[in-house]
Design a protein around this ligand. Structure first.
Ligand code: IMP
Length: 438
C-alpha cells in the first residue's frame, strides 16, 4: 500500500471559536514550512505560551514564533494599523517576521469599524454582538465589489480614485446611522497610502507561492480562525461572523485547490464557550458555569468579554464534523474541568416531544431545544506540574474518568482524537497519532 504523503494540514475550531487553536497550531507549526491564515481578521485572538511567555495574535499566524514563513491569504480582511502594530511588537521582542500578504486580501477601513458598532447596536435581538473590528462591513464591501484590496494600497493613484467615490457614500451611511462622525477623506487617503508603503515588502501573489511550495513537497499549515458554528454559511446566522470558518475556506481563502488539502483537523474544547449572542443549548448560567469560566480563564482575547460557558455539545460537534469532514481531532482544555463531578455531555436535544439528533442552524428552533445529557464521572484537581508530568508519561497515565470521557466523545463522533491537551504549555500535550507520518 502506498503511504499518503502529508503536505497540508488545516486546523479548524469545531465549536464557537476559542477552542485553543493557537496552541495546537503552534504545536504543528514546528513540523511545517508555512503557516497560513485564510479567513476572518483581527476579530480572532490566538494565545500561545512559549517558555512561560504569553503571545496573543489577532492577525499574524501564530507560527511566527516558530520562525516560520507566515502568510495572510486573500480570504482574510486586514486592518493595516493592527497588522503593523503586531509586526512592531514582535520586532521589539526580537522575533523576526517572515510575512507574505495576498495582494487580493481586503482592507478594513476606518468607516468599516465605525459602521460595525453602529449597525449591530441597531439590530436588537438580531445583533451578533460583534467584536466591533469592522469585519462584517469589510466583507460586505468585498461582496458588493466596493472593497479596497492590498494591491490598491500600494497603487496610490488607484487608492485615491476609489476612496474619492467610496468615502462620500460611507459618510452618508454614517448619517443614516445617526452618527456625527466626519470622515476626513484626505486624511484617510494619506494614512492608507502610508500603510501601503509600509506593507509593500510583504505583499505577494501567495497563490503561486503556496502552490509551488506544495508541489515541491513543502509542508503547509492552514490556521482557521473563529469556529465552525460561527461560519457565515453553516453557522448560526445571523449570530456568527462574516466569513466561512470551515475547512473548505482554506482553499478559497488562499487559492490552494481542495485536492491539495490532505488533512482537516477539528479542535474541540472539553466544554463549550461562546462570546456574543444567540442560543447555546448547553449553556451553564449558575455556579458550575462560573467555576468553569474561572478555571478556564474564559475571557475574550480580543475584547476581554466574559465568555458564556456550557457542557460539551456532541450534537453540534457531529454537525461540524459532517460539514468539515474532520479527519481527526485535538481535544483541548481537559484540565479545566478538574474538580467538577459529574461532568455532563449533551448527546441529543429535546424539542417539544421530539428527541432531535441534528443541529439546526435556526435561532428560533435552537432556543427551544433542551439538552439531553449523559453524566460522566469527573477527575480530581492537580497542580500544573502534575498535569505536565502526566502529559510527559503519555495517554495511559491520564486519569481513568478522563480517558472514559475521551472514549465517549470519540465513539459518538466517529473520528479519532489524535491529540489531547491538558495545560497551556507546549509540552502539556499528549500525542496519540503522529499525523504528518500517517
Ligand atoms: P465579528 O466577527 O466581529 O463580526 O463578530 C461576530 C460574532 O462572532 C460575535 O458573536 C463574536 O463574538 C464572534 N467572534 C468573532 N471572532 C471570534 C473569535 O475569534 N472567537 C470567538 N468568537 C468570535
Amino acid at each position: 500500500m502506498v503511504e499518503k504523503m502529508m503536505r497540508t494540514l488545516v486546523i479548524i475550531g469545531s465549536q464557537w471559536g476559542d477552542e485553543g487553536k493557537g496552541k495546537i497550531t503552534d504545536y504543528y507549526a514546528d513540523q511545517v514550512k508555512y503557516v497560513v491564515r485564510f479567513q476572518g481578521g483581527n476579530n480572532a485572538g490566538h494565545t500561545i505560551v512559549v517558555d512561560g511567555e504569553r503571545f496573543a495574535f489577532h492577525l499574524i499566524p501564530s507560527g511566527v514564533v516558530r520562525g516560520k514563513t507566515v502568510i495572510i491569504g486573500n480570504g482574510v480582511v486586514v486592518d493595516p494599523a493592527v497588522l503593523l502594530e503586531e509586526i512592531r511588537q514582535l520586532d521589539e521582542r526580537g522575533i523576526k517576521v517572515n510575512l507574505k500578504i495576498s495582494s487580493k486580501a481586503h482592507v478594513i477601513m476606518p468607516y468599516h469599524v465605525a459602521q460595525d458598532g453602529l449597525q449591530d447596536a441597531m439590530k436588537g435581538k438580531y445583533a451578533a454582538g460583534t467584536t466591533k473590528r469592522g469585519i462584517g462591513p469589510a466583507y460586505s464591501d468585498k461582496a458588493a465589489r466596493d472593497g479596497i484590496r492590498m494591491m490598491d494600497l500600494i497603487q496610490p493613484k488607484i487608492l485615491k480614485e476609489k476612496l474619492e467615490f467610496i468615502i462620500p457614500i460611507k459618510q452618508k451611511m454614517l448619517e443614516i446611522y445617526q452618527s456625527d462622525q466626519v470622515l476626513d477623506s484626505g486624511g484617510i487617503i494619506k494614512q492608507y497610502t502610508a500603510y501601503g508603503k509600509a506593507l509593500e515588502p510583504y505583499i505577494d501573489d501567495i497563490e503561486y507561492l503556496l502552490n509551488d511550495a506544495i508541489t515541491r513537497g513543502s509542508k503547509v499549515l492552514f490556521e482557521g480562525a473563529q469556529g465552525a458554528l460561527l461560519g457565515i454559511d453553516h453557522g448560526l446566522y445571523p449570530h456568527g461572523t462574516s466569513s466561512n470558518c470551515c475547512g473548505q475556506a482554506a482553499s478559497t481563502g488562499t487559492g490552494v485547490p481542495m485536492n491539495k488539502i490532505d488533512y482537516v483537523m477539528g479542535v474541540v474544547k472539553a466544554y463549550t464557550s461562546r462570546v456574543g449572542s444567540g442560543p447555546v443549548p448547553t449553556e451553564l448560567t449558575g455556579k458550575t458555569g462560573e467555576k468553569i469560566r474561572e478555571q478556564g480563564n474564559e475571557y475574550g482575547t480580543t475584547t476581554g468579554r466574559p465568555r458564556r460557558v456550557g457542557w460539551l455539545d456532541l450534537v453540534a460537534l457531529k454537525y461540524t464534523t459532517m460539514i468539515n469532514g474532520f479527519d481527526g481531532f485535538a481535544l483541548t482544555l481537559l484540565d479545566v474541568l478538574e474538580g467538577i463531578d459529574p461532568i455532563k455531555i449533551c448527546t441529543a436535544y429535546k424539542h417539544g416531544n421530539d428527541i432531535i439528533d441534528r443541529w439546526i442552524a435556526d435561532t428560533n428552533f435552537l432556543k427551544d431545544c433542551d439538552p439531553v445529557y449523559k453524566d460522566m464521572k469527573g477527575w480530581s484537581p492537580r497542580s500544573p506540574q502534575e498535569w505536565n508530568e502526566i502529559a510527559n508519561k503519555g495517554f495511559d497515565s491520564l486519569p481513568g474518568p478522563m480517558k472514559e470521557y475521551i472514549n465517549v466523545i470519540e465513539e459518538f463522533i466517529g473520528v479519532p482524537i489524535v491529540l489531547v491537551s491538558i495545560g497551556p504549555n507546549r509540552n502539556d500535550t499528549v500525542i496519540r497519532k503522529d499525523i504528518f507520518n500517517l
